[in-house]
Design a protein around this ligand. Structure first.
Ligand SMILES: [Zn+2]
Length: 313
């Protein structure tokens, strides 16, 4: 360790490349599948909340904060395209945040970002037959609904079933005052009303080759998704490892309801990813959509073979 390194700090990442152009949609082959990374919107959020107990001195070197202490966060949603159709994992912010929210989160582009970027990728909302929501926070579930002509929120994907962990749905809709801000009900109720909601329990094969993995940590029933095809494997870790900079065990979000569980499960999932040579996808990384993971010489993990994220809007 050299004198400027601090325990737990990720090693420098010289190979990290610039993100692609705004609205770009990186396509990654995985066995007989295609993984397509599509932005569900870029937002800006206080950098401290993304890194929990990590001092600003350290995280600011990785993603520099603006004059309001905010850092850009991507919402790297994932299309899994097979001969059977298109599955979407997470949906980003949606296009119906209030003016105040748009200002606070530094949103600049109007409209529904995921729909705009799907159009760039040549994918229509009707083609999506399954939507998997890793959890129901606004930056993951918000794009699952869209305003219709009358200004009423409807499911964005009319032919899709929306797959959610039963425990997550129960917590999000139970009306607990302490979770009210975490789960805007307007993102959830249209899915239930339309009859498109499919609740699953714990670990299950959602579709052939697509497996839920309940992690806890970020929310009690937060899930990762494992994707397998022809002996190739990818891990959509969602918010237990939202960026490459969260690879070190102690670098976790302040939003986690159980930070110790995030530390435990992240270590386990990343270890499995190394052992199975999985591609790991980062759902909020503004620069890196996906990478291979290797063990570093300090018992931690480091990224290699990075695939750039869609560019910032
Ligand atoms: Zn998130």
């Amino acid at each position: 360790m050299n004198s400027t390194q601090v325990p737990g700090e990720p090693q420098d990442s010289p190979e990290r490349k610039a993100p692609g152009p705004a609205g770009s949609t990186p396509v990654i082959p995985l066995g007989e599948l295609e993984l397509i990374v599509v932005s569900g919107g870029v937002f800006r959020i206080d950098g401290g909340t993304m890194f929990g107990v990590v001092p600003k001195l350290l995280w600011d070197r990785k993603i520099p904060a603006d004059d309001q202490n905010r850092i850009p966060q991507q919402t790297n949603c994932l299309i899994v395209r097979s001969s059977r159709g298109c599955t979407l994992i997470d949906t980003g912010l949606g296009g119906h945040l209030s003016e105040r929210e748009q200002r606070n989160y530094g949103l600049t582009a109007p409209g529904h970002p995921l729909l705009r970027n799907l159009a760039v990728a040549g994918i229509t909302p009707e083609e999506i037959t399954t939507v998997i929501l890793t959890h129901l926070h606004f930056d993951h579930a918000g794009g699952g609904v869209v305003l219709d002509q009358e200004g009423v929120l409807q499911p964005t994907f009319p032919n899709a079933e929306y797959v959610v962990q039963r425990g997550e749905w129960m917590q999000a809709t139970a009306g607990f005052p302490e979770l009210r801000a975490a789960y805007p009900q307007q993102n959830l109720l249209p899915i239930e009303t339309s009859g498109q909601l499919r609740l699953i329990d714990q670990e299950t094969e959602i579709l052939p080759g697509l497996y839920s993995r309940v992690t806890g940590g970020h929310t009690q029933f937060h899930m990762a998704v494992v994707i397998e095809s022809q002996q190739q494997r990818a891990l959509y870790a969602a918010d237990v490892c939202p960026t490459e900079h969260h690879l070190p065990q102690l670098w976790c979000m302040a939003y986690d309801v159980d930070p110790l569980q995030t530390r435990r499960i992240k270590q386990q999932l990343l270890g499995e990813a190394v052992d199975s040579d999985s591609l790991v996808l980062f759902d909020h990384d503004p620069g890196c959509a996906a990478a291979r993971i290797v063990r570093d010489n300090r018992g931690g993990f480091t990224a290699t073979d990075r695939i750039p994220a869609p560019g910032l809007e």
